[in-house]
Design a protein around this ligand. Structure first.
Ligand code: SF4
Length: 452
């Protein structure tokens, strides 16, 4: 059937910021091939499901969505090309054709850069499975070169990919491959392109982002170079590993103009025994030292984390040590999960000896502690003033919303008749007046700082 008008692309993304970044690049690449994005899958001529397999639940969610979408789309449009991308693709490869016979193309994370070609080949020759890791050459890093694409206020910028840390519970090394670091000139070039196109905030991406090094340039050195960029207002990064929080990186907080006063630093457990079985290669004491250093360098910094409860062998005493660390460090938020064995990981061979009931009870205790401390921290922010980078309209009519440098979401009502720029990307001074379940309320004050 002859297609009239532009081909339509539908992208469904699961999982982490790396996948969100990859999906953004997929849209850009396929727009270059003449596709137009659609949010209506029924319209699509090309469907990409970008999957995650970090936990069992995410893996199953992706597989069921693949099955559901394939049936729905192919029933009405047999010519539509169904693509499965992301970590489940790398893990399962051509087995996906058995799980979902209507899939046409399986593309691992490192094969996305060639997606336009694979889609053409799949349209012509039928099913293809492209997995495997690249060598991390300069051309192998997905980057945006597209000045035309309208940008948000904040954009992701990849600095490395893959990981060789081998935490015993983690599937990332086997689905994202070995560690490869991007040439700093390419990172700077993309940062310049993005900031010249209105991007105010860059979020540096890497599975173990602070392990970055290139020809003697360290991660702290890379931050220093990016901090010089005139158009850049804010710099953040994800996901760091406590073992790579060097003294020079720690002291960058509070010193660099653009480096924001917030960090998400996964701890996973507060017990040395559990950390050792997880293969994290630091102790709870090491972690506390890093936190101490960050708070000396930048007293107003807000810290969030990741936690796993019910890891094989986790005793009640070890769990209590985790709770002790939460009470002491006082995180402003956390992603916390029950341990689930991932195929091919070392921990999958350990006896999963913590009962489901104990895992659920421990997770609830962690949630309660985190929520209480988070509430207390946010109540302490009432009366304080923050620079808010507007990202859009707020919860109520006429309200603006945005993020403070400490990553708190703040909604505020611009002063009546205010002439100040209120567009996304504008900066406003806001005094916090109230605490909502997942955000803060405020009033604009002395709106000297305005840009955009
Ligand atoms: S540092 Fe550990 S948890 Fe993080 S991606 Fe690497 S192996 Fe996984």
């Amino acid at each position: 059937m002859i297609k009239v008008g532009p081909m339509k692309l539908y992208v469904r993304t699961f999982g982490c910021q790396m996948n969100v970044h990859d999906s953004n690049r997929i849209v850009e690449m396929m727009q270059g091939e003449g596709y137009q994005s659609t949010t209506d899958v029924k319209e699509a001529d090309l469907v990409v499901i970008n999957t995650c397999s970090i936990r069992e639940k995410a893996h199953h969610k992706g597989i069921s969505e693949i099955g559901r979408l394939c049936k729905r789309v192919k029933r009405n449009k047999p010519d539509c090309v169904m693509v499965v991308a992301g970590c489940v693709s790398e893990q399962e490869g051509a087995r996906i054709f058995k799980l979902a016979p209507q899939v046409d193309l399986v593309v691992g994370p490192d094969q996305i850069a060639q997606l336009p070609r694979w889609v053409r080949d799949a349209r012509q020759d039928g099913r293809i499975a492209m997995t495997g890791f690249d060598r991390g050459t300069r051309a192998d890093f997905l980057s945006t070169a597209d000045r035309a694409t309208p940008r948000g206020v904040s954009e992701f910028l990849t600095v490395s990919k893959g990981c060789e840390e081998r935490c015993t519970y983690c599937i990332v090394p086997s689905v994202r491959g070995p560690e490869r670091f991007r040439h700093p000139d390419d990172i700077i070039e993309e940062a310049v392109l993005l900031t010249e196109n209105g991007v105010q905030e860059l979020v540096l991406l890497g599975q173990k982002v602070n392990a970055y090094h290139y020809d003697g340039l360290t991660f702290a050195g890379l931050l220093e170079r990016l901090d010089q960029l005139p158009g850049l207002q804010r710099l953040r990064f994800t996901s760091p590993h406590p073992r790579h929080m060097s003294p020079s990186l720690i002291e960058s907080f509070g010193r660099l103009r653009t480096l924001c006063e917030s960090i998400h630093l996964p701890v996973q457990s507060g017990a040395d025994g559990t950390l050792a079985r997880m293969g994290r290669r630091y102790t709870a004491g090491d972690y506390r030292e890093v936190i101490g250093g960050l708070r000396r360098a930048c007293p107003e910094i807000l810290i969030s984390t990741d936690l796993i409860v019910g890891f094989p062998g986790e005793t009640e005493a070890e769990f209590e040590q985790t709770i002790g660390l939460l009470e002491e460090v006082r995180f402003c938020g956390a992603f916390s999960f029950k341990f689930s064995p991932r195929p091919g990981t070392a921990a999958a061979n350990l006896p999963d000896d913590v009962t489901e009931a104990d895992k659920a009870r421990r997770l609830e205790i962690v949630h309660n502690v985190i929520e209480r401390v988070e509430r207390e921290i946010r109540h302490d922010l009432v009366g304080k003033r923050f620079e808010v980078l507007v990202t859009g309209s707020g919860r109520n009519a006429g309200q603006l919303t945005g993020r403070a440098r400490n990553n708190q979401i703040i909604n505020f009502q611009p002063a009546k008749g205010a002439t100040l720029n209120q567009a996304p990307g504008s900066l406003h001074q806001v005094e916090v007046t109230g605490v909502m379940p997942h955000s803060l309320e405020g009033i604009p004050v002395a709106d000297e700082a305005q840009s955009g």
